[in-house]
Design a binder for this molecule. Structure first.
Ligand code: PMP
Ligand code: GLN
Length: 379
């Protein structure tokens, strides 16, 4: 059979988690918490199952959940969304992003992605028949060079995929970034696929800037969110996509034939949890900032160059003073020899630049973070 994705193998997250297991290493590679979600949320799921919320939900998501999500967008972002026409519950942001891309682009179209970029974007673009055009973020700061983005736009460009807070670098968009994006997409009549799954994980007093807060951006954007990140339940694979009614209608046409619906009891549980604790997501920034600080402070006597992550639960460490090895090789070596697994970031580039970074996930117990830092300090 002719492969539709000849260059795609098993993702780095799957490979590194498997290697960590094989080597019994501390797994700071794949991004997931090693601690439990709030007890009330887990109880709400058990209750939803026992109460009989076990058959198909409506295709766009349980109305009770969409109402809560509209409330969340009002509370945390100050925006009004129509739960019926603008919010779609999806089985994970990965599916929402896939459907948004599938619904929007096709043969001959180009989609701009910013490298290093999350690994699910390009396969979706290719399967839609379009081509990904890669623009690298600036070295070290990982900021967007909007002039470079403008230079990559051609008459074929249909969409740009953006991600803030950014996986794997931890960079976050400023208000000025959103304004630059807005100007470009208006000028060139582009759609935006905005991956905001780490929206609540921003540090040092930063605010998350959502495309939904900029009316002229919002009218051409799909914004994606994930309960996996917000509620520490990556295995529940549920999230939602917010887009204007016309874009939502197109997204749903694809979603109804990719997954049809998201898992019903999970939707009921999140709806019940948010109804009683709508401010819970606002507690995350402080919680994760303490973990980031613990990890970074514990590394202060190491030979890594550490620039504290601005958002997400990932910390990049620059190992230039420790090794010249390529990141994927060092990552494997340290998993096998030191018992500590991370993620190389070169794999998220079309043409990786000369740099020496590994990504460490700090959504881990304080004990594991301290232990990992101790090992890293000895190198
Ligand atoms: N985008 C980014 C940047 C992510 O890190 C993740 C987490 N895996 C996703 C999308 C997908 O989220 P989900 O697990 O809800 O599909
Ligand atoms: N988003 C997670 C990470 O960046 C991994 C998700 C996955 O394994 N696909 O580590």
């Amino acid at each position: 059979m002719r492969s539709k994705l000849p260059d795609v193998g098993t993702t780095i997250f799957t490979r590194m988690s498997a290697l960590a297991k094989e080597c019994d290493a501390m797994n700071l590679s794949q991004g997931y918490p090693d601690f439990e979600a709030p007890q009330a949320l887990r109880e709400a799921l058990a209750k939803a199952v026992m109460d009989g919320h076990n058959q198909y939900a409506p295709m766009a998501g349980l109305p009770a959940l969409r109402d809560q999500l509209a409330e969340q967008l009002k509370i945390h972002r100050g925006v009004d969304c129509n739960p019926d026409t603008e919010i779609t519950v999806v089985p994970g942001a990965t599916e929402g992003i896939f459907c948004a891309i599938m619904a929007s682009v096709g043969h001959g179209d180009e989609v701009i992605v910013l490298d290093p970029c999350y690994d699910s974007y390009e396969p979706a673009i290719k399967l839609a028949g379009a081509a990904a055009v890669h623009v690298a973020l600036e070295a070290h700061s990982f900021r967007v060079d909007w002039n470079a983005v403008a230079g990559a736009i051609t008459p074929r460009t249909r969409m740009i995929v953006v991600n803030s807070p950014h996986n794997p670098t931890g960079a976050t968009f400023s208000h000025d970034d959103l304004i630059s994006l807005q100007q470009l997409v208006q000028q060139h009549d582009l759609l935006v696929c905005s991956d905001e799954v780490y929206e609540h994980l921003v540090y040092d007093g930063r605010q998350h800037h959502s495309v939904l807060q900029y009316p002229q951006l919002r009218e051409r954007s799909f914004a994606h969110f994930s309960f996996g990140k917000t509620f520490s339940v990556t295995g529940w694979k549920t999230g939602y996509c917010v887009a204007p009614p016309a874009l939502t209608a197109e997204l749903r046409k694809v979603h109804q034939f990719v997954a049809f619906v998201a898992v019903t009891p999970v939707q009921q549980a999140v709806a019940d949890f948010l109804a009683t604790d709508p401010q819970y997501p606002a507690t995350l920034a402080n919680f994760y900032q303490q973990k980031r600080d613990l990890f970074c402070h514990a590394l202060s006597s190491s030979r890594f160059r550490v620039s504290a992550s601005g958002g997400t639960y990932f910390q990049l460490l620059d190992y230039s003073e420790l090794s010249d090895l390529p990141d994927h090789q060092l990552c494997e070596d340290w998993t096998r020899k030191l018992g500590i697994a991370s993620i190389p970031i070169s794999v998220f580039y079309d043409s990786p630049p000369q740099q020496h970074y590994l990504r460490f996930c700090f959504a881990k117990s304080d004990t594991m973070l301290a232990k990992a830092a101790e090992v890293l300090c000895k190198i």
